[in-house]
Design a protein. Structure first.
Length: 214
């Protein structure tokens, strides 16, 4: 009888602790730039191109995307012109203060990697808990970058870059998702209660049988 009670108790605990991980929802809209054919404007995104007209070509490209069929692309010319400076692509979103989130995005880069004319800057901006980390651009193919941060109520996934001459930078598949939280199955509390009641009932029957035997 002791073995049966122990087995039932263990089963009740296992059932009571069962749960499912809540699905993560991407807080970024138009994350793979599928809603546009040009950058003026990009749906759901903000842009600030401070370089001179004709130096950088900012566009939505199709074919060869990391996700879907489109991606954001910036290409620089062979020579600098007055007004060359920082460019920003960003999106502001609402989140839960204190909640942990993961920022994920994919980059592809072709161009100088060392010496004069190498990558000047690529940084994540707008998320206070991250600061403004500078990222080394990939040297081949689409590369995934991730970082975690704590929500403040409203944050901005901003991508700031200054590219060297004769280079191309591509951005795709941006996501901000909350860390998964395990929640009980809808029927778990009831099942656990029934299991505990069954154990209690068996204990009462056992006690009564002992009293009769004695």
């Amino acid at each position: 009888m002791k073995l049966s009670l122990a087995a039932i108790a263990a089963a009740a605990v296992l059932v009571g602790s069962a749960g499912t991980a809540s699905a993560s929802i991407n807080l970024i809209l138009n994350p793979s730039f599928e809603s546009d054919t040009n950058v003026d404007p990009i749906t759901d995104w903000n842009t600030n191109f401070s370089n001179a007209e004709g130096f950088d070509v900012h566009s939505i490209q199709t074919g060869g995307a990391e996700d879907g069929s489109s991606f954001y692309s910036a290409t620089t010319g062979p020579a600098p012109v007055p007004g060359y400076g920082e460019n920003v692509v960003s999106q502001t979103f609402s989140d839960t203060p204190g909640q942990e989130y993961t920022l994920s995005f994919w980059l592809e880069y072709s161009g100088p990697t060392t010496g004069t004319g190498g990558p000047d800057q690529f940084a994540i901006t707008g998320i206070d808990s991250l600061g403004s980390p500078t990222i080394s651009l990939p040297d081949e193919g689409w590369t995934n970058y991730t970082d975690t941060f704590t929500g403040s109520g409203s944050d901005t996934a901003g991508f700031s870059y200054i590219l060297p001459l004769s280079s191309t930078l591509s951005l795709d598949n941006v996501s901000v998702t909350a860390d998964e939280v395990t929640t009980p199955e809808p029927g778990t509390p009831v099942t656990l209660a029934l299991g505990l009641l069954s154990i209690g009932g068996l204990m009462v029957v056992r006690r009564r049988k002992r009293e009769i035997t004695l």
